[in-house]
Design a protein around this ligand. Structure first.
Ligand code: NZQ
Ligand code: ZN
Length: 382
């Protein structure tokens, strides 16, 4: 196992009715309520949150889009400065929470905030934030990551920083009842791929991380179809907690990590505005095939422990495990070929060129995926 420091201080209030705990979680400070395109007004969460804000000084900013836009977030930064905001409460899915993280960092940043993403400039401080999660998927509710899009430049970039990890996360599974099937499916697939990015590399003898990862994968295989079929509370609760744990830092501590599927996927979203999880469902099976020699031991472990396959024929087991993974995504209603979305094979060249331009030239747990390799991976996903 590799050395690691593990510290996840986000306080989680989980369960039915947990939004009622918000008032006590919030500090005595001037608060900005940040949210998206209005789903929280339709499903009653806005009302519940407003009740909790009673007695607090607060104002709001709405309109954070899916794949949050830099220009929108910079408007929120101006509002924070104008209103002397001291705490941000993000209510929504990954986009709103990621947006809040960027705003929190940008308000205190002396230079051009885009440099935090484009140049990896360090963030020395941020306004504290907390969140109410409405879409189980990204794990952003307890982690240090944020992904921001700048459409005018065709870029979707991320940064990691301890200062933007939410102080608290309110996870009420009932908040997911209003989610359309597409977003539920996206959530299951995103969480599944988060685990794969941290698990499907090479063995380092990390038994807790491996078994936890396999548990989350197996849970998601079970929960995925159920979540599409009903509004059962326990199923929603399990989806929510599995998705949080998939990217809370726990299963990724002390193990090599890949993230090439995500990096290639971000370029596809920047180019074609595909949902984040859709890009992952398209790219992951091709990464598994392309890297099968480098990932061989973990692929066999995955085939055996997650899919219960016999390893009598090892190559056959790997092929079947990859095919079953892609079929699972399709069973969730997410198609796995670029052509399903009307995207031409030439996109492979564009993705490779963008990875090169953005400096992502050594992807994967062994840093052995060059833009040319990424081109072949995308080309294999047509
Ligand atoms: O904007 P509103 O009206 O809220 O509608 C949203 C949005 O249209 C809607 N929605 C959310 N909760 C709902 C709901 N609709 C009905 N009922 C509810 N309870 O769903 C739509 C999609 O929301 P979004 O936040 O974009 O989805 P998701 O949570 O999948 O977040 C995706 C973003 O997170 C980034 C992705 O790249 C993408 O930008 N990621 C962030 C990560 C992180 N910070 O750790 C890791 C991930 O790998 C990912 O990259
Ligand atoms: Zn993801």
């Amino acid at each position: 196992m590799q050395n690691f420091v593990y510290h996840n201080p986000t306080k989680v209030a989980f369960g039915k009715g947990s939004i009622s705990k918000l008032s006590n979680l919030l500090p005595k400070a001037k608060i900005l309520l940040l949210y998206g395109g209005g789903s929280i007004k339709k499903n009653g969460i806005y009302q519940q949150v407003c009740e909790q804000l009673e007695g607090h000084q607060w104002c709001e900013f709405s309109g954070v889009e899916a794949n949050p836009e830099y220009t929108t977030l910079m408007q929120a930064v101006s509002l924070c400065k104008q209103e002397n905001i001291e705490f941000i409460l993000a209510v929504g899915g990954g986009s709103v929470i990621d947006g809040a993280k960027f705003v929190a960092a940008a308000v205190n940043y002396a230079g051009e905030p885009w440099d935090i993403l484009a140049k990896g400039e360090p963030v020395m401080s941020a306004i504290p934030l907390g969140c109410v999660l409405t879409l189980p998927a990204t794990g952003t509710e307890t982690n240090t990551a944020s992904v921001v899009t700048r459409s005018e430049l065709g870029q979707k970039l991320s940064f990691l920083c301890d200062h933007v990890r939410p102080q608290f996360a309110v996870l009420d599974p009932e908040a997911t009842y209003s989610l359309p099937q597409r977003q539920l499916a996206n959530g299951v697939v995103d969480a599944f791929v988060h685990v794969m990015e941290q698990y499907l590399t090479y063995p380092v003898g990390a038994t807790v991380q491996d078994r936890f990862a396999e548990a989350i994968l197996t849970n998601l295989l079970e929960v995925g179809p159920k979540v599409l079929a009903s509004q059962d509370y326990e199923t929603r609760a399990n989806l929510m907690w599995n998705a949080t744990q998939a990217l809370s830092g726990l299963i990724g501590a002390g193990v090599p990590q890949d993230w090439s599927t995500h990096m290639i996927g971000h370029e596809l979203t920047a180019l074609h505005n595909l949902d984040h999880a859709v890009t992952l469902a398209i790219i992951l099976p091709s990464v598994m095939q392309y890297q099968r020699q480098h990932k061989r031991e973990k692929l066999l472990q995955y085939a055996q422990r997650v899919w219960g396959l016999s390893l009598y024929d090892e190559e056959g087991a790997i092929d079947l495990a990859i095919e079953k993974t892609a079929q699972f995504f399709r069973d969730m209603g997410i198609k796995t070929s670029l052509s399903d979305y009307g995207i031409e094979p030439s996109v492979a060249d564009e993705v490779a060129a963008r990875l090169q331009k953005n400096g992502f030239t050594q992807l994967g747990e062994k840093q052995n995926i060059s833009p040319e390799d990424a081109r072949k991976i995308v080309a294999a996903s047509v």
